[in-house]
Design a protein around this ligand. Sequence first.
Ligand code: ADP
Ligand code: MG
Length: 484
Amino acid sequence: MSTGAAKKQSYKAEGGTKNEENAVNGASAWERVRLRLQVELGEEVFSSWFGCVSLEDASAGVVRLSAPTLFLKGWIKSHYNDRLLQLWQEEISSVRRVDVVQRSALRVVPAPLEAVAASPARAEQAGFAESSTDRFAGSPLDPRLTFDNFCEGRSNDVAARAARAVAAAPEGSAPIYNPLFIHAGVGLGKTHLLQAIAHQARVSDPRRRVLYLTVERFAFQFISALREKSALDFKEKIRSIDILLIDDMQFLTGRTVQQEFCHMLNALLDSARQIVVAADRPPAELEGVDERVRSRLKGGVVVGMAEPDLTMRRDILDTRLKSACERNPSLDISEPVLDYVAHTVTTNGRDLDGALNRLICRADFSDGPITMDIAEFAIADLVGAREPRRIRIEDIQKIVARHYNVSKHDLLSARRTRTIVRPRQIAMYLAKTMTPRSFPEIGKRFGGRDHTTVLHAVRKIEEMVSADHTLAQEIELLKRMIQD
Ligand code: ADP
Ligand code: MG
């Protein structure tokens, strides 16, 4: 943790003046608070509790932080509120209070999306005691999850096209894909697509009544309605909508709820309303779900989305970085670092988001550029514990040749032009450091060279790497490409 300690020191050194200047920049104060917490708590604890906490607002002496779940919010409040307040006060002396709120509760659903929700009066009449409108409303929408921000590639373009078609259909037209069932593993963009449909459908025809609901919310509302003896009201409301978007279908449980869900599904489908469902597996594999529901879902259009390929991962990072730059134009994360992240974080959009957020946080804090080292440290835990693959010398030669735009034939030849000698030495160096092969073996594989030539190449590159930062980064990138 030596880097952490160093940062803490540099923080302290500039801390004095910061206190007085205060207020101006809540965001940068927040980054500093985060960084200090990170140092104090250690990377692991920090990212468990604060990884998803964001700053909503800092004004009039009140700092508002948001956490994605009620649980997290409660935990942070009970365990870290005092420390947070202290840290904030050291940044901005006028801060009196730190509030933590639940994120989804913050985002206000725009009016047309709530069209289906009961009016407050109606809901009260229906007997919803607390927070009356909420219970009948859809789940909150995140304004960032639009089609514009959704990257498409081979792994998801069918799903994306179907989703766009659903969103663009004019009111009253018979649904083409109904129900549309989108399945994919975690973080691959299901929620993003559903919410994009909600946003887009509203734009293309504001009269359409659109409801986005997680299955849990559906169950919660239905059960509350039963308890309050307003189940009929609830059913009536659900059935009056034009597009129903149901997220996380795999969590549908309980007999009564399933039955009701089944009725609802049938009623909506029979009256030609559009239904879109997302789940982490195809309908046939939804074991806990009633067979009738499953077969109804199977009867529509079922599309899956797979893990993003390299191009798409890079695309997602670029899209995200672009919107981050709109908020902070001085943000600068270099191409090689982005390439590195796209190569390393191979799992899904959520992890890519997480990786980029960490880099943005570092970039905001540090003065210099984000080097490969910093990037590597920042995202270490997101890198899947992949089995180290057995690396072959042929792969090294192929990738190095392609990277430097020389032919593999040249790489192995006796030619001694500079443009070929350097890539050849780099390839030998990588062969030595990335495989268990001996110097003579490597020599043999590089056109029958003597082992001393290989030894010389390895020493030469080692020497250059320690003096030349750009070359070091380039070699790191090559290593990633070879490992992929
Ligand atoms: P899921 O619901 O499938 O678990 P989400 O829709 O919540 O996944 O996606 C997780 C994160 O990754 C979100 O921030 C989302 O915007 C992002 N993401 C996933 N896939 C894509 C994509 N194809 N293009 C842009 N962002 C994506
Ligand atoms: Mg989701």
